[in-house]
Design a protein around this ligand. Sequence first.
Ligand SMILES: [Zn+2]
Length: 234
Amino acid sequence: MAALGAYRCIECNGEAAELYRDYRRGVLRISICKSCQKPVDKYIEYDPVIILINAVLCKAQAYRHILFNTKINIHGKLCIFCLLCEAYIRWLQLQDSSQNTDPDDLIRYAKEWDFYRMFGIASLEQTSFFIGIFITLWWMTPEMLKRKSDFILLLKALLLSTYGKLLLIPAVIWEHDYTPLCLAFIKVFVLISNSQAIRVTLNLNRILPWFAIFFGLILENGVVCLFQKMGWDV
Ligand SMILES: [Zn+2]
């Protein structure tokens, strides 16, 4: 039997030793939480699509299920893919803004280099945004981020909750007059899911995650301004 704390109750965030009990001969019984008397994790019976829809709706229960009760391990690849999407959008916008320039500029290698540069800038912005969040949370709630594993879980939650950036690609492929509005909505959606991920991971109120995100955004923009002042074309 697993130790208490191996899983979390998705309703009250209480610790649980197991999600279900196997009575053999195909008889399984979902565990009931000792604190709130509700099923520890009702989502183990649900279809992944339903769980995904609930996650898109930013339900705390779905976030707890994904972060605490599954062994999902795609955050690294997802992060790279989201950064590639962001780099592609920026690279496309860069091409649009320099359409009528000298034909020599249309050398493929120069364009490829531009893409890598955009990828580097997007990574730098993402990193400073996360560092801003970590510093704020570590400063405001040091008891929540005592161990290395707490930091790793928070980083995983932040990376997973940035999945909304994948929507950037369809928003640009089906380009229309409202594309800038769509991009703004995607940005807001990513921030909302980031805030929900922080809230669920550290079991905080609603205000503190937004405070951390606000400082993350300040640091992100600060780093960009600093590089621009240094003469880098960011
Ligand atoms: Zn409970």
